[in-house]
Design a binder for this molecule. Sequence first.
Ligand code: ATP
Ligand code: MG
Length: 419
Amino acid sequence: MMKAIKGVKDLLPEETPRWRLIEDTAKRWATRYGFQEIRIPIFEATTLFARSIGATTDIVEKEMYTFADRDGTSLTLRPEGTAGTVRAFLEHNRVADPRPQKYYYLGPMFRHERPQAGRLRQFHQFGVESFGISDPRADVEVMSLLWRLLSDLALPGLTLEINNLGFAEDRALYKPILVAFLQGVERRLCGNCQRRIETNPLRVLDCKVPECRQATEDAPRLADSLSQAARDHFDRVTTGLNGIGIPFHLNHRLVRGLDYYCLTAFEVTCSHLGAQNAVGAGGRYDGLVEQLGGAAVPAVGFAVGLERIALMLPQELSLSAVPRVYVAAFGSQAADVGFALLDELRRAGIHGDMDFRAASLKAHLRQADRLGALYSVLLGDDEVAKGSATIRNMQTKEQENFLLSDLRSNLLARLSARP
Ligand code: ATP
Ligand code: MG
């Protein structure tokens, strides 16, 4: 038997209503906040991701799905949405448009990671990017969008954590201070972090290994190396969050995996998710557009993982395609008349269905029950001869006979009287 690739999941009809709820909620909130949808390609030149995400990040070091095109060009399935959005922003010269450039995207991302609960190789993200605005209110705006949409979904146990990463120059000042400290505790760090001292020392701070956490408990803090400008920006961000009542916690260990962040970095975690507890994350990335060959355009955004949101939603959301009317047509002539009637009802906007395998009234009614239909139209050859049919209320089992020509309007009236 053929099987799906490891770490790649099917979403069966029992699950898709939950996904649609998430997607619809995300789109509704994004639209309310003035973000417009952008659809970017699933694959791009590998160099785009290598140049934007950063060579020493987990993603670029070991998680990318990279393959050679037929002409030898190296391509990569997108591991995240920011790089492609920035590329599109530049390619279509959106810098020249004086209106705020605020985009949202939704779709699959690909990372070669060890599959486990909440961690897949093909997963889905909803994300937003706000270009051109360095005002701290843009940071507050994207964080509040994220918070409002997750709250709307009534997800339990959420926390918004934020940190100030400062400017690249601030981090350049801080790095040697941190490296000196880390070298002193090197033996207590995990193998990964021992390597990171050289390659990406800040990442040691948000390593999840308990020994690394202990060893860095007293590490000098980035906050103490920040410039006045970085502090001012962050103060206005926290004041802004307070001003609109968005609760947050300062987390000085939060550094984010990607190289392109500066100033504000944030993450939303959920206490109900176990080890993979990050629902979404983002931050300011003022240097990225320039790094990819554009002008110096400030930007801020986030991405949330839809799988992790889906894990937190109640399981019992029902199927979305429940027929309101089931046409139980049995007998040779009635089958054809019933099929035409079904088509007429559907064209009238009624969600109608029929199981073509059922041959007897009993079999039809059983299927109508299984499908959860509100009404059935019972139609045998006798009724067809008389030009009539019976409407059965599937809950009360009450039945009433009508002329075939009156069925549609009668059903429409009955359905419009129900929720
Ligand atoms: P993590 O710490 O879980 O590895 P990350 O820092 O790699 O997350 P981001 O690149 O910031 O994650 O992506 C934002 C969100 O996308 C995450 O918070 C998570 O919800 C989701 N996500 C990331 N990787 C995966 C994955 N492999 N499977 C499912 N969801 C993922
Ligand atoms: Mg990751």
